[in-house]
Design a protein around this ligand. Structure first.
Ligand SMILES: [Zn+2]
Length: 246
């Protein structure tokens, strides 16, 4: 039997048995894992609080064969403010579904968890536009999962300072206008292009510092989402829900 402890955010909870939960967690150093939390739905269970969706908790696991059980749960933070409005809640659910789909089990350096924690914090605090947090989460998670676009500039001529750049969302490369970008991809003005490069390539501690004028935000947001959908080649029920209430 192996016992280990790691902190993580609960992405998803399914009910099973009379009072049990199956919990999917984005952990700091083991990627996304699912584990069984026995009797966790009983209000008096020591696992009750720490195994709820959006809870950030220190969890202890015991592994026997292929079965992973949560044996201890210490709550570090609950993002209660996500429930204040439906749009914020829907975005948080979308971030969790993206993390679940894109981060596999296995060793990670902790950045996926830091990204999700920061994004949930900013959603709660409302200190930054929700659309910016959404674009950061989509692009950076895509990059962490190996889907980073080639941000070196136009893939034909190499220019980086064109006022109009175009992202080929299937191939993950940019074209400038001179190289016929408008026939090949989604438009990004200079500010949105610079923001996208920053989000994909900057040191983690700096990615949320990106600043964007209001008129560039819808463009960055639309292209980030389109890019994510195109690269991961699937739909997201949580994104459909978010759109339905937007
Ligand atoms: Zn070019």
């Amino acid at each position: 039997m192996e016992v280990f402890n790691t902190d993580g955010v609960v992405l998803k909870v399914r009910h099973t048995g009379e009072s049990d939960r199956i919990v999917t967690v984005l952990t700091r150093d083991r990627g996304v894992i699912s584990a069984f939390a026995k009797a966790a739905r009983r209000p008096k269970s020591k696992l009750h609080a720490g195994t709820q969706t959006f809870c950030y908790a220190d969890l202890t696991y015991s592994k026997r064969g292929d079965t992973l059980n949560i044996t201890e749960a210490a709550v570090k933070e609950v993002f209660y403010d996500l429930n204040d409005d439906l749009k914020t809640l829907a975005l948080a659910q979308y971030f969790c579904q993206l993390a679940e789909e894109l981060i596999p089990p296995g060793d990670t350096d902790g950045e996926p968890l830091r990204l999700l924690l920061n994004s949930l914090h900013f959603l709660c605090s409302r200190k930054k536009p929700a659309l910016l947090i959404k674009a950061i989460t989509e692009l950076r998670l895509a990059a962490l999962a190996g889907y980073a676009p080639d941000i070196d500039g136009c893939c034909m001529c190499g220019t980086e300072d064109s006022a109009h750049m175009y992202l080929d969302c299937n191939e993950g490369v940019f074209y400038c206008k001179t190289c016929g970008g408008e026939f090949k991809g989604a438009h990004l003005g200079h500010a949105a292009f610079a923001a996208m490069r920053h989000i994909v390539a900057a040191e983690f501690d700096r990615i949320y510092a990106v600043r964007l004028m209001d008129d560039a935000m819808p463009e960055l947001s639309a292209v980030a989402e389109r890019y994510m959908l195109s690269q991961t080649e699937r739909g997201y029920s949580t994104l459909t829900f978010y759109r339905s209430i937007e």
